[in-house]
Ligand binder design. Structure first.
Ligand code: NAD
Length: 726
């Protein structure tokens, strides 16, 4: 290193370090950085400063744990970034590994940036509900222009060094030693004027149509954010850079940062982040961590190539797991094969240019068959045939006779009893539920359901499978609908009751989409297929030929029941697949939902037939009846020991049901609303609808309110019986 160049070294994660001291907290790092810079400035023998990271990483930004504290690093880091920029000696950033968040903001304060070709850069604060609060929203647009800066700041995406070079974010990229290259550059620029290199002094590059561009960008950000504040406030901060001088823009950035901090959304995202990590650490009561059991080679059979089978096969091929896909006859097989090939071609296109190639034309990796004899060799079966207990039992009996002794038998049932399915086999310890979500090649959740006899190694294998498929596996107990669908039933039930009472599918969907759901319950039902639930209700004797003669149309087993979804199915309205459901679509298989006047007419006729008085239902009632009934079921699930904690329920909802991340999951949301309020509202709606048991507040919820609105992390300590796990 040149004697003229002073070096400040970061630790890869905050806390940052300055050689030779180890600092363990953010404020100490900031002090060290400030001291280092001041020392370098004061020392006449130092002619330039180079800032680099330790162990090949520039900086991954602030520790997410720090974001719940109001004295967040971003705000404190801003003045230091300004200090770097105002240095009278050239400061060069040597970016290796990653420069993210506060790390990139420090690099933006430097006068020059040199990056390694493999480095990645980004301002990911938006993904944790914040904005870059160390003047990054003001410097980045000045450096790379408004469109590129907006894209990076409002999405939080990471960009490779090659793209950073094209955008002008870095001055140079190198294949070899970045630090040496940065020092070389520092020596070269000693004595050159620094004014043009100080981003705070540069104007934001003009666009011929800035106003129109910003307007359009804002609409897009708002539409995608659905109540998530961070992207919109990130937009406003960048907009301020286009309208105000630097110092005023920084003030605006700080104000907006405070708004985000106090909104509670950052805390919800932080909670979601740690909840996901918590569900991975699932262990037996004896403390044995099951996740280390690894299967080297696995031949997997997917049984049934319908909607779910197609997505499951696609995910398995993507995970590089050899798979055999089996169907009941050639007609279904060919249909399924065609659909899988379309999905895989699409996935292969997306992966073009990447390191991994999809090897799906090789029969050793993917085979389609109707020959059950191929079952002899498979290590793991995922059954995804129709949701019918008799059929599933017949299939599992067959599997038990044909598959090799160690093979794991998984069922993708949405709700059926795992123990009953396992009873059809001679190896119930190897039977487990692996509940994928539609579309299975996209959705991250895998609900893993253990039965009474399921072995720990079967659970471990299913968890490992989830990991290999890059899914989030959540282990839960066996009950009708497991966790996700069981909580969903009362939510959908309320949505349909609201239609009976006077609402419309699009009105209910709108309220829930405004809350932040990607799709409302009726759009979701159309996507999943109304026939799946219909078949299940027929199996339960709630509708169809097994319904006792003389049953009341709107009552089952002494409770309120709505036959509306059954009536739609009887008319062949299965949703997107038939082009008609709660909405109409451009064609069978179409995806664009349009409100259907036929449905509106049908609903008013239905109300007339059943003498239901149509009433206006406001948004608050729609939201509360749907969400609080779902949450109420969550409390019942926790009380029964079906899930290990509220985090498990939240991770399921965040990854499988489109629950908005910025609201942290249903149980977290309940804790933010306040349990006394949730209880009071449930009591009110339950009094108005005494024939709806799912509105009756759960005993566990009442207990938590009685002990004084216990905080979420203490809820489980109020249960005398905890999750039995195994
Ligand atoms: P689907 O009707 O689209 O497909 C079922 C497939 O199974 C059909 O292609 C059928 O030919 C095949 N099949 C039936 N009997 C068979 C046999 N004896 N041997 C081989 N193949 C046979 O149904 P789907 O929506 O894919 O649902 C499948 C399972 O997944 C059900 O248990 C369902 O509850 C569950 N599930 C569905 C969803 C969803 O959103 N659709 C989500 C999660 C779980």
């Amino acid at each position: 290193m040149s004697q003229d160049t002073f070096c400040v070294v970061f630790h890869a994660q905050i806390p940052f370090d300055r050689i030779p001291h180890q600092f363990k907290s953010g404020p100490m790092f900031l002090q060290a950085l400030e001291d280092g810079l001041k020392k370098a400035d004061a020392d006449p023998s130092v002619k330039a400063v180079m800032i680099c990271g330790e162990n090949g990483k520039f900086s991954a930004g602030a520790d997410i744990r720090g974001f719940s504290s109001p004295k967040t690093l971003g705000v404190a880091l801003g003045p230091i970034v300004s200090l770097i920029e105002s240095s009278e000696k050239p400061v060069v950033a040597a970016i290796e590994g990653v420069a993210l968040g506060g790390g990139l903001e420090v690099a933006l304060g430097c006068h020059y940036r040199v990056a390694h070709a493999k480095a990645r850069m980004g301002l990911p604060e938006v993904t944790i509900g914040l904005l870059p609060g160390a003047e990054g929203t003001q410097r980045l647009p000045r450096l790379i222009g408004v469109p590129a800066a907006l894209d990076m700041i409002t999405t939080g995406k990471h960009i490779p060094a090659t793209e950073a070079l094209k955008l002008g974010l870095v001055d140079e990229i190198v294949e070899e030693n970045t630090i040496e290259a940065a020092i070389r550059l520092a020596n070269k620029v000693i004595g050159q004027p620094l004014g043009p290199r100080r981003l705070s002094l540069k104007p934001v590059p003009k666009l011929p149509n800035m106003e129109a561009f910003l307007q359009e960008a804002q609409v897009k950000v708002k539409r995608q954010a659905r109540g998530f504040l961070a992207p919109e406030l990130c937009f406003q901060a960048v907009q301020a850079a286009t309208q105000r001088p630097f110092a005023e823009g920084v003030r605006r950035e700080r104000e907006l940062f405070q708004v985000l901090l106090s909104s509670g959304q950052a805390q919800a995202l932080q909670y979601a982040f740690f909840a996901e990590r918590a569900v991975h650490r699932w262990a037996t009561p004896g403390g044995i961590n099951l996740l280390f059991i690894i299967f080297d080679s696995i031949l997997l059979l997917s049984l049934g190539l319908g909607t779910m089978g197609q997505g499951i096969v696609t995910s398995l091929v993507k995970a590089n797991i050899p798979v055999v896909a089996l169907e009941q006859n050639l007609e279904y097989l060919n249909k399924g094969r065609k659909a899988v090939m379309v999905l895989l071609e699409r996935e292969a296109k997306k992966m073009e240019g990447g390191a991994q190639k999809l090897d799906f034309h090789n029969p050793a990796r993917l085979q389609f068959t109707v020959d059950f004899n191929l079952l002899h060799d498979v290590d793991l079966v995922i059954e995804a045939v129709f949701e019918n207990m008799a059929l599933k039992k017949e299939i599992f009996h067959k599997l038990s006779n044909i598959c090799k002794p160690g093979a794991l038998l998984c069922t993708n049932t949405s709700a059926l009893d795992i123990d009953e399915i396992a009873s059809a086999t001679s190896r119930p310890q190897q039977v487990i539920g692996t509940h994928f979500f539609s579309p299975a090649h996209v959705m991250r959740l895998l609900e893993i359901i253990y039965g009474r006899h399921t072995s720990p190694s079967a659970i471990a294998t299913a968890m490992q499978l989830a990991k290999d498929m890059k899914k989030v596996g959540v282990v839960v107990g066996n009950c009708f609908g497991f966790v996700g669908n069981r909580m969903m039933f009362p939510y959908v039930e309320q949505a349909v009751f609201l239609l009976e009472e006077g609402s419309r599918p699009e009105a209910v969907d709108q309220v829930l989409e405004d809350f932040g759901f990607k799709i409302g319950p009726f759009r979701m039902s159309d996507l999943a297929g109304l026939d799946v639930g219909w078949r299940s209700r027929k199996g339960q004797g709630l509708t169809g030929p097994s319904l006792p003669a003389g049953s009341s149309a709107r009552q089952r087993r002494g409770q309120r029941y709505s036959p509306l979804p059954d009536l739609l199915c009887e008319r062949g309205r299965f949703g997107q697949k038939t082009g008609k459901g709660w909405y109409q679509y451009e064609r069978a298989g179409g995806r664009t939902a349009t409100p259907d006047p036929w449905i509106h007419g049908f609903l008013s006729q239905y109300r007339d037939t059943h003498r239901i008085e149509t009433r206006y239902i406001d948004q608050e009632e729609i939201l509360e009846r749907c969400l609080f009934s779902l949450i109420n079921e969550g409390f019942a699930i926790l009380a029964e020991g079906i899930a290990s904690g509220p985090e498990h329920l939240d991770v399921i909802y965040l990854n499988g049901y489109g629950w908005p991340k910025h609201r942290g999951g249903p149980m977290f949301y309940a804790s933010t609303v306040g349990l006394p309020r949730v209880l009071a509202k449930l009591q009110k709606y339950s009094e108005a609808h005494p024939d709806v048991p799912k509105l009756r507040p759960s005993a566990f919820l009442k207990k938590l309110v009685a002990v004084g609105n216990a905080p979420l992390k203490e809820w489980m300590s109020y249960l005398s019986r905890q999750s039995p796990k195994l």
